[in-house]
Every structure is written in structure tokens, then in C-alpha cells.
Design a binder for this molecule. Structure first.
Ligand SMILES: [Zn+2]
Length: 280
């Protein structure tokens, strides 16, 4: 999928030399069409008078088919007040002039969507002309005829301000859409945080439970050890008997494992009796 930046970059080479209002309007046109699922490319922008003359010669004094009825100075392109567009296909390099194409599958021809957006931005569509329909052509005249432009007249500041206001309003709508997206993203972030907090407390609970289980296991082991030591182990029996006999031990039970082990070691070393006899 083409990004908006990629789509915009495609048209940049044709934007230079355009009247600033047309630059602004064309950028918003590209954005709004993209947002509708219709990538477009600007194929023509400013055409110098020499270029226009060469184009006019095509199909007349030069080979090829006629593409324009305008001689140099007789097209709004010559004053940076017109652009031509085409549909940019998903491969990002092919263009299409198929006016029935419905690439975004919304049952409205992509071409008609572009023209609709362009008119909302203040463009006039060459597709509306009666004598020579120029479907890819979009222009802004500011009420100036070509004769006016040839005579050097230009859009006034008031006209430009009005045009910018119209463009800004539509760009603002596009921004509001992205504000909605920002809101959606922040909602998702809040949900994500809540889920992570829940997950963290689950992990914490699990750790606490684990700790408690280990603690209980330890307690049970201690209790079991104590219970077993209430009755001295059988292997300690001879040592206990010897110790009792030697007068070293009053009670033959209740000692710890370590105590019985030490007692047994002393007994096996023959020390229990030795101590007793030595004490006599
Ligand atoms: Zn044109």
C-alpha cells in the first residue's frame, strides 16, 4: 500500500512554478483523494509558453494527435493556474486515465471522486467544458480571462485569501479526521495500560501465592521433622541407650536430628562410656 508521502512525492516534480494557491489546493487535493482511497498523480503543472506552443504544434505541424486547443499564452497552465491529474495505480508507478475505474470499490468512479474533491477546493474541471472536454484538467481562474493574464493581471490578495480560506477549511476537515484517530489511539493506550496493570497484579498475585505455598511447604516440612524427631531414629538408639546409661541424657526422646547424629558419632567413637568412666 502506498503511503501518503510516497503519493505526494510522485507529484512534486510537477508542482514547481505553480501559483502558490494552486500548490496549496493541489496538496490538499492529493491528501483528500488519498484519504478516500484514490491516489492521484499530477502529470502537468506549469507549462511555459514555449512548451505550450510545442504542444499546440503536435497533431498540426508536427506528428501525433491533437492534445490541446491552446497556443502559448492561451492556457491557464502557462500562468501556473492549472494542473492535470491521473489516477496513480497501486504499483506506485503506473497511471491510469480510465474514468470508470473504481479502485477503492466504493461504487463511485475514482475519477468522479477526484473531480468532486477538486471542485470543493475551488478548481474548475476541464471535464465540464462543452466544446473541448479536457477531463484531466483542473484550473483556478480567479475570474481572470486568458486575455487578462496575457495582459499581466494577477489574482488579487482578497481573491487569494478567499481561496486559501476554502482550502484551509477542507484541510481542517482532514485534520479533524486525524484528531479522531489520535483520540482512538489514546483510548487504546488507556485500555492497554489497564490490561498491563491487570496482568502485573496477576503476576504479583501469582508470586505471592508461590511464596505462600513455599512458606507452607517449609512449615509442613518443619512440622514433619519435629514429628519424626519426637521418636528418635532407630540408628540413634544404641547411642541414646549408651548416653542414658552413662547418665548423660535424661530423656531418650525430643532431640533434634543434629543432636542424635552427634550423639551417635560420639558413641561410635567410644567417647560416651569414656566420659562416664572418666567422671567416676
Ligand atoms: Zn490541463
Amino acid at each position: 500500500m502506498l503511503t501518503l508521502d510516497q503519493v505526494k512525492l510522485k507529484s512534486m516534480p510537477r508542482m514547481s512554478g505553480l501559483h502558490p494557491v494552486l500548490v496549496a489546493a493541489t496538496v490538499v487535493l492529493i491528501e483528500r483523494c488519498y484519504a478516500r482511497g484514490v491516489p492521484i498523480i499530477i502529470t502537468q503543472g506549469l507549462r511555459t509558453i514555449a512548451e505550450q506552443d510545442a504542444l499546440y504544434a503536435q497533431g498540426r505541424t508536427k506528428p501525433g494527435s491533437i492534445v490541446t486547443n491552446a497556443r502559448g499564452g492561451y492556457s491557464y497552465h502557462n500562468y501556473g493556474l492549472a494542473v492535470d491529474f491521473a489516477l496513480l495505480l497501486p504499483d506506485g508507478s503506473s497511471v491510469s486515465w480510465d474514468m470508470t475505474r473504481d479502485g477503492d470499490k466504493d461504487a463511485v468512479a475514482d475519477w468522479a471522486e477526484v473531480v468532486q474533491e477538486a471542485k470543493a477546493l475551488g478548481f474548475e474541471s476541464g471535464g465540464d467544458w462543452t466544446s473541448f472536454k479536457d477531463y484531466p484538467h483542473l484550473q483556478m481562474t480567479f475570474g481572470l480571462s486568458l486575455a487578462d493574464l496575457r495582459a499581466g493581471r494577477k489574482p488579487t490578495g482578497v481573491q487569494m485569501d478567499a481561496a486559501y480560506a476554502r482550502i484551509d477549511k477542507l484541510q481542517g476537515e482532514a485534520d479533524e479526521l486525524s484528531k479522531e484517530d489520535v483520540k482512538r489511539i489514546s483510548d487504546l493506550e488507556i485500555q492497554y495500560k489497564a490490561i498491563m496493570m491487570g496482568l502485573e497484579s496477576l503476576v504479583h498475585s501469582r508470586d505471592v501465592l508461590k511464596e505462600q505455598a513455599l512458606q507452607q511447604a517449609g512449615d509442613i516440612k518443619d512440622l514433619k521433622d519435629k514429628a519424626s524427631m519426637l521418636q528418635p531414629p532407630a540408628w540413634a538408639r544404641p547411642a541414646i541407650d549408651a548416653a542414658v546409661k552413662a547418665g548423660l541424657l535424661d530423656t531418650p526422646a525430643g532431640g533434634s536430628y543434629d543432636f542424635y547424629r552427634t550423639l551417635t558419632v560420639l558413641h561410635r567413637a567410644g567417647l560416651l562410656i569414656t566420659i562416664h568412666e572418666g567422671a567416676k
